[in-house]
Design a protein around this ligand. Structure first.
Ligand code: ZN
Length: 490
């Protein structure tokens, strides 16, 4: 890697690009772990190191613990940095100050403490206890908040619009309120999961990475994604990556899930292709979708799964939404049809990549590939570094968009923007999906219905229930489709 993602972007008037890189590169992140962490908590500590080390070139791990099941194939925390070396940015400056994140209450001095357990995330400016863990999902969520806080404190002074956390953030993955988790049944030793994963990108691979940290999984998984792993652009955004992956993303993610104990298969194609290949309509397994195109989302809605969990990421904000085919709440596509959001979405993407709305619409609807002319237009619009443009010809629009995807925007003096990769956004999305899958395996209620988190701020502690689109233009309004779904699931 040549540096944090600011290096991938065109030069911006003034020295702001430099100052963002400097703010990141001069800060050494120190992760201190208490030696009594159990290996399951050790996996969450490894996830914390994994996301921080993809953003900050200077990082130090103090203390060492055993790491339980994990996607990187390490057995001790001290091995993580070497294993993900190829996914890490190079430093452009020497570190001149430290920011210390402690895992466990016995660490005496730190800027931030991470604690919690299976369902509760605790992040505080004073010591926080780590509970005995079965899944450590709450700790993983806390790791995402702690990494976000490290970036906020580095970039806030430069003008990034942030809401720093108060002295204590206490939040849980059961009801998503700003409290410790309410009592629930103990998590059993065996967790049966039946999963179809549409999308094996930064979010989909992270879901698999989190599941790979949980022992005792059984069941089936299908992973569907047409893309090929990009060894330059993907590892900084993919917390589960070591930087050594090649070939089909779906195959890689299926392999992670097989390592987690699931009987898994992959399909290197679009969601719609896989749906059409099925012998019977409908999907009884839980569909977890992180596809990031309009057309892909429509294909997911058209799969008419019994239960669909949709994840969306935009900048530093993300959401998870549960939908069903048979009620009056939103389907996976509803939010994209009302009030002409399709055009808004296309317009936003056009602005992000410097192409015309018509061209972006054409690429989206027809699965078009980027031409020489597209790349020239993106370079001319200042959206693409000419030195890194040539390899994009013949790739998909998403590859061009990805440079603006899961990134922190920092308003700068010159009026432009510079960006920093934010793999902890993917980590949080992965945790949300994994938590819902564990709940489903336990037979406890899933999210009712949507949780939104903006990692430039703090969680709001609420969930929402978006209604179904009533314009009649969404695929879920079709009477035929609804009768058909009713017949499928009763
Ligand atoms: Zn709908």
């Amino acid at each position: 890697m040549t540096g944090v993602d600011v290096a991938h972007l065109p030069p911006i008037a003034g020295t702001s690009d430099e100052s963002v890189r400097r703010a990141i590169d001069t800060r050494k992140i120190v992760v201190c772990v208490e030696d009594c962490l159990d290996p399951v908590a050790g996996s969450a500590a490894a996830a914390l190191v994994s996301v921080l080390a993809r953003t900050f070139p200077h990082i130090d791990v103090r203390g060492d613990v055993a790491v339980g099941a994990n996607p990187w194939g390490v057995s001790m925390l001290s091995e993580v940095l070497a294993v993900i070396e190829r996914a890490r940015p190079a430093a452009t400056a020497d570190a001149d100050h430290e920011y210390v994140i402690a895992v466990g209450a016995s660490i005496g001095a730190a800027d931030l403490w991470l604690g919690g357990g299976d369902w509760t995330a605790l992040v505080g400016r004073g010591p926080q206890p780590v509970q005995r863990c079965r899944t450590a999902l709450g700790l993983h969520a806390g790791a995402a908040f702690a990494a976000a806080e490290a970036v906020k404190t580095a970039l806030g002074p430069l003008g990034m619009l942030v809401v720093p956390m108060a002295d204590l953030l206490s939040w849980n993955l059961i009801d998503y309120h700003l409290t410790p988790a309410p009592p629930v049944a103990a998590i059993p030793e065996r967790l049966a999961i039946d999963l179809v994963l549409f999308g094996a990108g930064s979010v989909g691979s992270t879901i698999a990475g989190i599941l790979a940290c949980i022992s005792g999984l059984c069941g089936n998984a299908v992973v569907v994604d047409p893309d090929i792993f990009d060894a330059t652009r993907n590892p900084p955004r993919y917390p589960a990556s070591t930087g050594n992956e090649v070939g089909s993303k779906a195959a890689w993610v299926a392999q992670l899930l097989a390592g987690a104990g699931l009987s898994s298969e992959h399909h290197a194609g679009q969601a719609g292709d896989w749906v059409r290949r099925q012998e019977h309509p409908g999907v009884a397994a839980i569909v977890v979708s992180s596809v990031d195109t309009l057309d892909g989302r429509l294909q997911v809605a058209d799969a008419v799964a019994r239960t669909t969990l949709t994840l969306g990421v935009g900048g530093m904000a993300l959401h998870l939404q549960r939908s069903h085919h048979d009620d009056e709440l939103a389907c996976p596509f509803c939010e994209y049809v009302s009030a002409a959001p399709a055009l808004t979405q296309t317009a936003a993407r056009a602005a992000a990549v410097g192409l015309t709305i018509e061209r972006v619409g054409d690429l989206e609807l027809n699965h078009g590939l980027l031409t020489d002319g597209d790349i020239h237009a993106a370079v001319a619009a200042g959206r693409l570094d000419p030195a890194r443009a040539a390899d994009l010809v013949g790739r998909r629009l998403e590859d061009l968009l990805r440079r603006a995807y899961a990134e922190a925007s920092v308003p700068t003096v010159g009026g432009g923007e510079t960006r920093v990769g934010a793999p902890y956004v993917s980590l949080m999305a992965g945790v949300l999906a994994a938590a819902e899958l564990v709940k489903s395996a336990m037979g406890i209620p899933l999210v009712d219905r949507r949780v939104d988190i903006d990692l430039t701020g703090v969680p709001l502690g609420v969930v929402s229930r978006p209604p179904r689109d009533v314009s009649g233009r969404c695929t879920c309004s079709s009477g035929l489709r609804r009768r058909w779904a009713a017949r499928l699931y009763g």
